[in-house]
Design a protein around this ligand. Structure first.
Ligand code: COA
Length: 504
């Protein structure tokens, strides 16, 4: 590691220290704001040293837990190590780490799941208190002391503004050429807030660096560690069929003039299914695509390279190890085509509505009346969180949710009588896609939605059971939404009791 190459400010060079020394600045009960979004751009050294301190304190019988606010999910060197030592009393806003998930579900960590576009306004509201420390990963520091974010912008600038003490990690694994890709613009704190002047995904409205009061910087740690970069499962037949139905739908919408010739900006969610759809789009007929989204995944990078997509605006990357290597080696090809913004801007309702995004997110389960569960397994255990799916679902021109029709080797139907948790209400959802087909739900009443979802989207193994449930509701009196309440969650109960939603 060569500090002169990445930390060009002499005053800050003098603050370089070990992760262990930096971690000493964090105390029990502190509210800590951390960089990082979907496994990118999170600190990778200080959290490990902090976890060691926490473990030693716990061994001595002392209390030591911190409260953590992030951009979104981080990685094993951050959420993983802190969860391992039970070092987090409060966590928001999104998590995918399995160890932290366990802490959240068993109650060791209080978890506040929220829309990612609303983390910054939530913090500014004062409801969570003042931030004690920020730990922010950077790709470099300029000679004038301005800071260059790494592979995620998230809430970094707000944490830098707000924290009493700031710890910086400068990661030389991150390409230095990220300098110039970011667009930092701060939402006004007074009401009425300023209009956000983004009219196309390619608009740059801010500056390409972040700022901090240098007096607040208490430590700088140098690192050389990769982002989490989880591999995606290669698209399977189901993912390909989901993508196929979606493609037909979008083509038809375009033919009917409901999507303009130059298309509308795409938003694509996290996970294997969303990535597979992007892969399919990259091989499809559409040209001149753009993205106004939250994360840039493998499929989107392929479109940017082939020229099918001219520009992608996001707040972070979520790439496979293979693609991240390719990206880092070939960053100059992408430099003018990618803009990384604060998550408050990438997920802002005003911009999403103005641009007319096409939102495509994955669901855990969907009920026959069109409500979507994105977060809870069997209505009780937190999976990841709502992420940005609500920011986009509520405000996009077209909102599509997708899922394979079955989970857990066929024991679970993704189309259920009643969702065990509502994250997205039916009025926000325009279409649902599974490998069996796409249900266009626009303008339909609950009974019409149920017929379509059962016949077009449910797996044939579960269709007779869904028809039976729907009929019981219809036979049970005059109802707008004919639930048969006695059995509404009986499929979930059966799965918990027997390991399958199918009756024995
Ligand atoms: N019941 C129980 N488990 C289910 C299930 C269901 N109905 N549907 C899916 N799962 C399980 C899968 O079996 C899999 O489990 P595993 O990790 O043990 O193998 C896991 O959930 C992920 O499912 P997968 O089919 O691989 O989908 P995915 O990777 O596309 O993830 C979500 C799906 C919904 C979990 C994911 O998209 C998510 O967290 N969404 C919420 C946040 C979001 O939408 N963000 C995007 C905004 S920009």
């Amino acid at each position: 590691m060569n500090q002169d190459k990445r930390i060009h400010h002499t005053g800050l060079q003098r603050k370089i220290c070990s992760a262990e020394d930096a971690a000493q600045w964090i105390k029990h009960g502190d509210l800590v704001g951390v960089s990082g979004f979907t496994g990118s751009g999170y600190p990778k050294a200080v959290p490990g040293a902090l976890a060691q301190r926490i473990k030693e304190s716990h061994n001595k019988g002392e209390e030591f837990k911190i409260k953590v606010l992030t951009g979104a999910s981080t990685g094993p060197q951050m959420d993983g190590v802190l969860a391992e030592v039970n070092g987090v009393s409060y966590r928001s806003s999104f998590n995918t780490d399995p160890k932290m998930r366990e802490r959240i579900n068993n109650g060791d960590t209080t978890y506040f799941d929220m829309h990612l576009g609303q983390v910054a306004p939530f913090y500014r509201s004062g409801a969570i208190g003042d931030m004690d420390v920020a730990i922010i990963e950077l790709s470099s520091v300029r000679a004038d002391g301005t800071l260059i974010a790494s592979s995620a912008v998230g809430n970094n600038q707000l944490w830098l503004n707000s924290a009493k003490k700031v710890i910086l990690e400068v990661n030389s694994w991150q390409p230095e050429e990220l300098d110039g890709m970011h667009d930092i613009w701060e939402v006004s704190t007074n009401y009425p807030q300023d209009i956000i002047p983004i009219r196309t995904p390619s608009d740059r409205i801010g500056v390409d660096y972040m700022t901090v009061d240098l007096e607040k910087v208490v430590a700088i740690v140098e690192t050389d560690m990769s982002d989490r970069n989880t591999p995606f499962s290669p698209p399977d037949d189901n993912a390909r069929m989901i993508a196929g139905h979606l493609m037909e739908f979008l083509k038809d919408e375009k033919k009917k003039g409901r999507i303009p010739e130059k298309f509308l900006p795409l938003q694509s969610g996290v996970g294997n299914v969303a990535n597979a759809v992007m892969e399919a789009l990259s091989q499809g007929d559409f040209e001149n695509l753009t993205a106004y989204t939250e994360v840039i995944q493998d499929g989107m990078l392929a479109m940017l390279e082939s020229g099918k997509m001219s520009v992608a605006s996001a707040t972070s990357f979520s790439l496979s190890p293979e693609k991240v290597q390719y990206f880092n080696d070939n960053i100059s090809k992408f430099r003018d085509k990618i803009i990384l913004r604060p998550q408050e801007i990438s997920n802002h309702p005003e911009v999403i509505r103005r641009l007319g995004c096409i939102a495509m997110n994955a669901a855990i389960e969907i009920d026959i009346f069109g409500n979507v569960n994105s977060t809870h397994i069997m209505g009780t255990r937190m999976m990841n969180g709502i992420g940005g799916s609500g920011d986009f679902a509520r405000n996009s021109k077209l909102t599509i949710f997708m899922t394979p029709s079955l989970a857990k080797n066929g024991a679970i139907s993704a189309i259920v009588p009643m969702v065990s948790r509502v994250d997205h209400a039916s009025m926000d959802i325009h279409a649902v896609v599974t490998e069996y087909g796409l249900a266009d739900l626009r303008g339909l009443a609950p009974k019409q939605r149920a017929e379509l979802l059962i016949e077009k989207c449910a797996h044939p193994n579960f269709r007779p059971l869904l028809r039976e449930y729907f009929k019981k509701g219809l036979d049970n009196g005059s109802m707008y939404t004919p639930h048969y309440l006695k059995e509404a969650l009986s499929w979930h109960e059966r799965f918990v009791a027997t390991g399958s939603m199918l009756p024995k």
